[in-house]
Design a binder for this molecule. Structure first.
Ligand code: HEC
Ligand code: HEC
Length: 192
């Protein structure tokens, strides 16, 4: 029955796409309040606001839950989770994970990118984030993420202001200098 419904909804979505090219299939009603900051389809152009497009659904869901339950805090973001049910969070996570990351405004410095690659190899970032920061399950994709946000969040981990990571990132970030963070962010923001 479940399979029947998903096949049926894919068929309906396909039908809608073909019959009405401008209609977006199944945008959750609550996504409208997210795109004001996270950008159209989750492609953010606000410096300290991460893009959500193409992010792992599992990671998005877990961050929303952490913000709601106070394990992660941000003055702009935390209040946004107040009225969300578990089903809302799952629906939003699925929606944003299916969007395409298209935001490519950052002009990386090739010398810093090279240093960032060396630091990433030395620190074994790929052990968790996989090659080129593609991410997996609850480990976020960071490839192509906003430069300023990557710098900010690595500094937050280093200062332990962000500590909802079960120690994985706070311990990695404690080994990074400000310069390492800058170089890593040039590398990460230049990826797809
Ligand atoms: C007023 C602006 C604003 C609105 C509206 C907003 N957010 Fe955010 N969001 C932020 C900021 C800023 C951050 C980064 C927080 C930090 O630095 O820790 C963030 C972080 C996040 C993260 C963590 C992403 C990551 O890479 O770790 C998720 C997931 C998220 N928001 C989802 C949503 C969803 C879903 C909505 C709509 C229900 C929403 N946001 C609405 C500003 C906003
Ligand atoms: C031991 C596993 C592990 C290693 C090694 C690791 N990470 Fe992470 N990283 C994680 C996990 C898990 C999270 C998500 C934490 C959370 O739930 O808040 C994360 C989150 C991040 C984020 C925040 C992404 C976002 O959208 O907010 C950045 C940036 C990041 N890692 C960069 C790096 C870099 C750069 C390195 C290497 C210098 C690295 N990580 C090494 C496990 C790891």
């Amino acid at each position: 029955m479940k399979t029947f419904f998903s096949i049926a909804s894919v068929a309906v979505a396909t039908f809608l796409t073909f019959s009405a090219p401008h209609a977006l299939a199944q945008v959750p009603a609550k996504a409208a309040m997210c795109t004001g900051c996270h950008g159209e389809n989750g492609n953010s152009s606000m410096p300290n606001t991460p893009s959500l497009a193409g992010q792992n659904a599992r990671y998005i869901y877990m961050q929303l839950r952490d913000f709601q339950e106070g394990r992660r805090h941000n003055d702009m973001m935390s209040p946004m989770t107040a009225g969300l049910s578990k089903a809302d969070m799952q629906e939003l996570a699925n929606y944003f994970s299916e969007q395409k990351l298209t935001n490519k405004r950052f002009k990386a410095d090739p010398v810093k990118v090279k240093k960032g690659i060396d630091k990433a190899d030395e620190t074994l970032c790929a052990m968790c984030h996989l090659g080129e920061f593609k991410g997996q399950n609850e480990i976020p994709k960071v490839a192509g993420q906003n430069f300023d946000y990557v710098v900010k969040t690595l500094k937050d981990f280093k200062a332990k202001d962000r500590n909802n990571d079960a120690g994985n990132m706070t311990s990695v970030a404690s080994t990074l200098s400000e310069e390492d963070i800058e170089n890593l962010a040039h590398y990460i923001a230049s990826l797809n």
